[in-house]
Write a protein that binds this ligand. Sequence first.
Ligand SMILES: Nc1nc2c(c(=O)[nH]1)N[C@H]1C(S)=C(S)[C@@H](COP(=O)(O)O)O[C@H]1N2
Ligand SMILES: [Mo]
Length: 406
Amino acid sequence: MKRRSFIKKSALSALTIVVGTDIVFGELMPAGYTPLALQDPDPFKMFNKDKEMVVLNDRPWNMEAQAHLLDEKVTSNKFMFIRNNGKIPENIDVKNWTVTFDGESVGQTKTYTLEELKNKFPHYSYQLTLECGGNGRSEFDPPAKGNQWTVGAVSCATWTGVRLSDVLKEVGVKNNAVYIGYHAADTHLSGDPKKEPISRGMPMDKAMQEETLLAFQMNGKDIPLAHGYPLRLVAGGWPASVSGKWINRISVRNKVHDGTKMTGDAYRVPCEPVAPGEKVKDEDMCIIESMPVKSLITYPKSGAMIDQGKKLNIRGHAWAGELEVAKMEYSIDYGATWQVASVEKPANRLAWQHFSAAVSFPKKGYYEVWARATDTKGISQPMLLPGWNPKGYLNNACHRIAVKVK
Ligand SMILES: Nc1nc2c(c(=O)[nH]1)N[C@H]1C(S)=C(S)[C@@H](COP(=O)(O)O)O[C@H]1N2
Ligand SMILES: [Mo]
C-alpha cells in the first residue's frame, strides 16, 4: 500500500499563523498541499487595508478608497489606494538594498546602500498628495481601458526621506541632463525578467525640487511593502506614476526618459482638446505633468440624512498639483449657484488642503452637494467631465454627494 505523506509539524504551525486560527485536522493535510486560505489570499489582511476598500484587480493588485474613507487629514495605510503595474517584489533584503545612479548625464555612476543614503544626507518630511493619473477614469465615455478608478486613487501621507536633489548634487549632473528615469524591483506579470512593469521619471527641475524625496518612511514608519518598501520616489502634485516604488536605480538622462509607460497613450494626453473617441497622432500627445485642481467631500458619506432646519457640516480635501487651492465652493442646486466654503493653507507645498462648510437646505427632499475648487491661477474644476482622452486620465470633475432632508 502506498503511504500518504502528511504535512510536517513545523510547517503546520507556520500555516496556523498565516491562517490566523487553529487548523483542525491540520495534521491530516497532505504534504505539499496549499490550503485554499493561502491560494486565495485576503488582500485586506495581506496589505493591512480597511474592509471598505474596493479591489479593482488582483493581477496586479489594485485597490481604491471610497470618498468617506479619506476623511483623515493625513492618509493612513489602511485607506491608501494601491496601484501596481507588476508583481510586488518578494523577500526584500533590506540590509543589502542598493540604489545606483547612472545614465548618459550622470557625473559619476555611483551605488549607495540604504544605510549610506540615510547616514549621508539630511532627512526631510512632507505631506505629499499622490493621485493616480487615471483617478476618475470610470466616468469617461467612450470608456477607457484600464482600472476603473472612481474617486479613491488619491492619498496624502507624510513621507520622510532624503532629497533627491542632495543625492544628485553628490553624484553630479552634466549640463545636458534633461530627465531622470527610475527603475524598480517589481517584476513584469509575464515573468519575463527583461521587461519592466513601469519605468517613468521626471524632468530635472521637478527632480531638483526640495519636496521631491527618496523616501524610506511613510507616516513615521517603514513604508508598507505595497507602497514601495524599502525605498520609493515621491514627487507630490504629479501623477503618482512618477513616484516609483521599490527603487533600485535612477538614471540621469540626456533626453526625455523612454522607459516603460513613458510613451504612446501611457500617462499622455492630447496636447490640444479632441472630440471624444477621436484618434490622436503620437506627436500630438503630451506627457502629464502637474495634476489639475480637484477636491473630494470626505464627510458625510454620500446618502446622508439630515433633519429639516439643521445645517449639514461638510468637509474634505482639495489639491491643485504644483499650485495651491485659492478658493473652495459648494452648490446644492446642480451648479446654478455657488457658496463659499472655508479652505485651510496646506501643511507644506504639495500637500492637500482641508475645507469645510455648514450647508443649509431650503426644504425637505433630495439634494446633491457639489464641491468645486479653484487654483491660484483662477482655474476651477469642471462641473461634469473634462476633455476626453484615449486612456481616461485627469478626470477632475466636481465631486458630488447625495443628501436627504427629512
Ligand atoms: N515600481 C513601481 N512604482 C510605481 C508603480 C508600479 O507599478 N511599480 N505604480 C505607479 C502608479 S501608476 C501609481 S498611481 C503609484 C501608486 O502608489 P501607491 O500604490 O503607493 O498608492 O505608484 C507608482 N509607482
Ligand atoms: Mo497611476
